[in-house]
Design a protein around this ligand. Structure first.
Ligand SMILES: [Zn+2]
Length: 144
């Protein structure tokens, strides 16, 4: 594994296959889509950060997650600072905007219009493309 000239993590297909689970590989590297409502994070209500399962890049915060009814974890916006990239995807004559990790190029999901959100957008992301890290609970300090 090495970092490309533009900060991208570049690995061969075989390196990715070895470093990811079968589901992660299918989603991130083969544009796969997991099933709705049976994936890991669609109904997650914990506070924390979602990072790319491929490279650890911070992607989404729980504060921007909302219940979209789609069965996939949905976000109104990604983390700042170019954490994700979007591109037009034409598949079976259907045009969609695909979302990928800006760091390793791994496929995450899709973004579409959603008027229920302030941003007007819904990032519909595969749970299997991400890992969730709950925020550490601050310990209360006793006053002396
Ligand atoms: Zn990544």
């Amino acid at each position: 594994m090495y970092t490309g000239s533009r900060g991208r993590i570049v690995r061969s297909v075989e390196e990715w296959r070895e470093s990811l689970t079968a589901d992660q590989f299918r989603i991130l590297r083969q544009n796969g889509t997991e099933r709705p409502f049976v994936n890991q994070y669609w109904n997650n209500h914990d506070i924390g950060t979602y990072v790319c399962a491929g490279c650890g890049n911070e992607l989404f915060l729980s504060e921007n997650q909302f219940d979209s009814g789609t069965g996939w974890p949905s976000f109104s916006s990604p983390c700042g600072g170019g954490s994700v990239e979007t591109s037009l995807e034409v598949r079976f004559g259907k045009r969609r905007i695909a979302v990928s990790c800006a760091c390793c190029g791994g496929h995450l999901g899709h973004v579409c219009d959603d008027s229920s959100q302030m941003t007007g957008l819904r990032y519909c992301i595969n749970s299997g493309a991400m890992l969730f890290f709950p925020s550490r609970k601050m310990k209360k300090q006793k006053r002396k």
